[in-house]
Ligand binder design. Structure first.
Ligand SMILES: O=C(O)CCC(=O)C(=O)O
Ligand SMILES: [Fe+2]
Length: 356
């Protein structure tokens, strides 16, 4: 689903656009790596579109106001992409902070799976462990026989958290593989909520243990999906993918085609650093439109837009372009500094789907 190009796709319009926005470094004269400057003049900016719409009722060519009865925020459509909806600043800063905390603490908790499952099995409390500078230590073959009798989960975990200050003790322990939680947090790429997506088989595996989509997230998705739903129908959130992006990360052009009913939207929430989103056509040969996604923006992809290639070639983690000042202010109290530290250089995307 998420592969970026083989040699053929290197030449497509979508791939060209990805390359033009992707973060590349260049050496300047003092041999310091600098991000290559990128031309952003063709990137649609719904923040300024909203501002001028609010001031004068004017919209740029190709953008129109969606009909969204009983919806209390302006929602925009793109004339060339039926089924695509943009809701700028859909979430307040307080709501954004809430979903950032949830995305880092509760969403990656088992039975939800993450990209780390394949290597380490289920990992509990990753964010707290990173905050407490813990290390993940291989337990089997290595610590067996050294575990206390009251170990809470001796059978289902091959790894466990340990304080990094713990003296290594016996020679048996010192040969254990150990990985700092902070490294694992930095390498967290996705977690899945609700019905679990099996990336190797490219389908939803309803047999995997899972929890329902959390109520508050479900309510949010139902409310935000409304502009793209037929009258009298309600969106049923059954699965969600949470994507975590660091500087230089990108999400290659792809289609989300594993859900049964494509008339239902994907509700996609952006948090943290600003990104560029590319929305293409049904073929990679179609020229994509580029737009900024900022913290608090929500997009809906329904109907025809569900069949369109899309991706995220760039996130901006530098102060000038990240546009997270209000998040920084709200997360500047002592208990939130750990979240601030993460989101300062990261973007989180939560996309919620109705599968059946
Ligand atoms: O990060 C985004 O804004 C898009 C995510 C996405 O397309 C996906 O997870 O399928
Ligand atoms: Fe997608």
């Amino acid at each position: 689903m998420y592969g970026v190009g083989d040699t053929d796709s290197e030449r497509t319009a979508f791939r060209k656009a990805e390359k033009s926005y992707k973060l590349y470094y260049q050496n300047n004269t003092k041999k310091k790596k600098q991000p290559r400057p990128v031309d952003l003049t063709n990137v649609l900016d719904f923040k300024s579109i909203l501002q001028s719409f609010n001031a004068s009722g004017q919209l740029p060519p190709g953008v129109s106001l969606a009909t969204a009865p009983q919806f209390d925020l302006p929602v925009f459509n793109l004339d060339k992409h039926p089924g695509f909806y943009f809701i700028p600043q859909a979430l307040s800063v307080t709501e954004q902070c809430h979903w950032i905390r949830e995305s880092l603490t509760s969403f990656p908790q088992p039975p939800n799976r993450t990209n780390h499952n394949a290597v380490y099995g289920p990992i509990h409390d990753l964010f707290v462990a990173a905050k407490e500078r813990k290390v993940l230590v291989e337990k089997q073959n290595c610590l067996q026989g050294l575990l206390p009798d009251n170990d809470p989960s001796p059978t289902d975990l091959a790894y466990r958290w340990e304080s990094s200050q713990e003296p290594s003790g016996t020679s048996k322990e010192s040969t254990c593989k150990s990985i700092p939680a902070s490294t694992l947090l930095r390498k967290l790429r996705w977690s899945t909520l609700g019905l679990q997506f099996d990336w190797s088989k490219r389908n939803y595996n309803v047999g995997l243990p899972h929890n329902k989509i959390p109520d508050l997230l479900s309510q949010l998705a139902k409310k935000m999906a409304a502009p793209s739903m037929s009258l009298g129908e309600e969106f049923q959130p059954e699965a969600a993918i949470v994507n975590y992006f660091g500087a230089g990360d990108m999400l290659g052009g792809h289609l989300d085609d594993m859900e049964v009913d494509w008339s239902k939207p994907i509700v996609s929430v952006s948090l943290g650093c600003k990104a560029i989103f590319l929305l293409g056509g049904k073929s990679r040969e179609d020229e994509p439109v580029a737009m900024f996604l900022r913290s608090g923006d929500i997009v809906l992809m329904a109907g025809e837009a569900r069949e369109c290639f899309h991706g995220v070639p760039r996130i901006f983690t530098d102060k000038e372009n990240a546009e997270i000042t209000s998040l920084e202010q709200q997360l500047s109290n002592e208990e939130d500094l750990c979240y601030l530290d993460y989101i300062n250089s990261s973007r989180i995307n939560i996309n919620i789907r109705q599968v059946f």
